[in-house]
Design a protein around this ligand. Structure first.
Ligand code: PEP
Ligand code: MG
Length: 423
């Protein structure tokens, strides 16, 4: 409910919104949105969270039940929409909104506090961004760097692809604005629900199709253009390259060869770049999380993409509302894969972060800390609430409790154990 003239009172109600459309909301400033279709971990929902506006997906018949000029309450936390509420309900929600605003003001006080647990160990909180304009909120929340730049959003809503120069300028300006802090640039991860001009609309089951690194390896010219742009920008800051959706070592080696080739071509043209640029891999295909050690050996860092890892482990389409009740980040198999990846990173002395939505969920911070995670990457709006959790966490106690969760044979107990770890 808008309280002042800076807040928008327009709530968008639609059958579905694509990530490309949601991207445009960054300029439109809706107060909230409601869709009849879509999953809570779709890129559309992720974008809504990054805008810090309430959104409800899978609200069946919303367009039939809601009319223009209706007054709506959208409670994104509880997943509730109330149409034309009574004065009493409206007042109750004004009260809730006040409490929320007070909580936000309190959180701002820890903005400059170092992110350390009770044992004085530093925990890094990085930001996920989609477009360069997101940098403002990255700074507002005092992130330790950018842990995931989803570059595919630069390729959306346009009839042609951005060329090397255009990409170079964007990557350079992002990295320069972050000073010496790390900026992890993920190479093009289009396909599935993130469509660009290259994606073929008739391809079936695109979440398992020619997407992400698979697409880039099959379009070497497109990939080379992006790699050269990233490498050129790496001369101006602390850029790292992140490869999405790896599923085999062959893919990784082929990718590294193409990066070497792009470096060589810059070298031949006497163009500067960081020769030691770090190369990391997204751990989001179960096969790779199972074989995490093999990948930890050959990569400089690992970043666990839990959004896709859950989707592929449980065979649940993350954008399909009809199965979203089965999308369970706390499934024992998912937790095992995360723990295995963290262990592999530790064994080979490689940094491991989580950049999926789990990293920004304050209810899961203590569990992930207990599993040994020290790097989190999330949309900037979640950063302070996660930091608050870190500040009051005792690593020894969390480790014991997290181990108990990992060992439980009874999936139904996990929710209870999560409540306990958060006590
Ligand atoms: C993920 O899969 O967890 C991830 C961070 O990447 P995306 O959400 O863009 O697929
Ligand atoms: Mg992913």
């Amino acid at each position: 409910v808008p309280r002042n003239k800076n807040e928008s009172s327009i709530i968008l109600v639609a059958q579905d919104i694509s990530p490309a459309d949601a991207l445009q909301f960054k300029n439109h400033k809706y107060g909230a949105f409601i869709t009849e279709l879509g999953g809570t971990n779709s890129h559309t929902a992720i974008l809504a969270r990054s805008l810090n506006i309430p959104s409800i997906v899978a609200a069946k018949n919303a367009r039939r039940l809601i009319r223009n000029n209706d007054v709506l309450i959208v409670d994104g936390n509880q997943g509730i929409v109330i149409v034309n509420p009574s004065i009493t309900i409206l007042e109750e929600y004004y009260y809730k909104q006040n409490l929320w605003e007070i909580e936000q003001k309190k959180l701002i006080k820890i903005r400059n506090v170092k992110c350390k647990n009770l044992a004085n160990e530093s925990i890094s909180l990085f930001a996920n961004i989609e477009v360069p304009e997101d940098i403002k909120s990255v700074k507002d929340n005092n992130a330790d760097g950018i842990g995931l730049f989803r570059t595919e959003f630069l390729f959306m809503n346009r009839p042609s692809l951005p060329d090397e120069e255009e990409q170079y300028k964007i990557y350079k300006s992002v990295t320069k604005s972050m000073g010496n802090l790390p900026v992890v640039i993920r190479t093009l991860d289009s396909g599935a629900d993130k469509n660009i001009v290259l994606d073929k609309p008739n391809q079936s089951n695109t979440a398992l199709g020619l997407r992400a690194i698979r697409l880039c390896l099959s379009e070497p010219h497109l990939f080379n253009t992006q790699l050269k742009a990233i490498l050129r920008a790496s001369a101006f800051g602390n850029i790292r390259i992140l490869i999405p959706m790896l599923s085999s070592l062959q893919e990784l080696r082929q990718t590294k060869m193409l990066i070497e080739r792009a470096k060589q071509s810059l070298h031949n043209s006497k163009i500067k770049y960081n020769k030691d640029i770090q190369i990391g891999g997204m751990i989001e295909v179960p096969a790779v999380a199972i074989n995490a050690e093999m990948f930890a050996r050959e990569l400089d860092f690992l970043s666990i993409g839990t959004n896709d890892l859950v989707q592929y482990t449980l065979a649940i389409d993350r954008a399909d509302d009809s199965v979203s009740h089965l999308y369970n980040s706390l499934h024992p198999a998912v937790l095992w894969l995360i723990a295995n990846t963290i262990k592999a990173g530790k064994k080979y002395g490689k940094h491991v972060s989580i950049c999926g939505e789990m990293a920004g969920d304050p209810k899961l911070t203590k569990l992930l800390l207990g599993m040994g995670l020290t790097e989190f990457s999330m949309h900037p709006a979640s950063m302070l609430i996660v930091k608050k959790q870190v500040l009051c966490s005792d690593p020894k106690k969390l480790k014991i409790k997290a181990n108990k969760i990992l060992k439980t044979n009874e999936p139904d107990n996990i929710e209870g154990l999560i409540l306990d770890i958060n006590k």
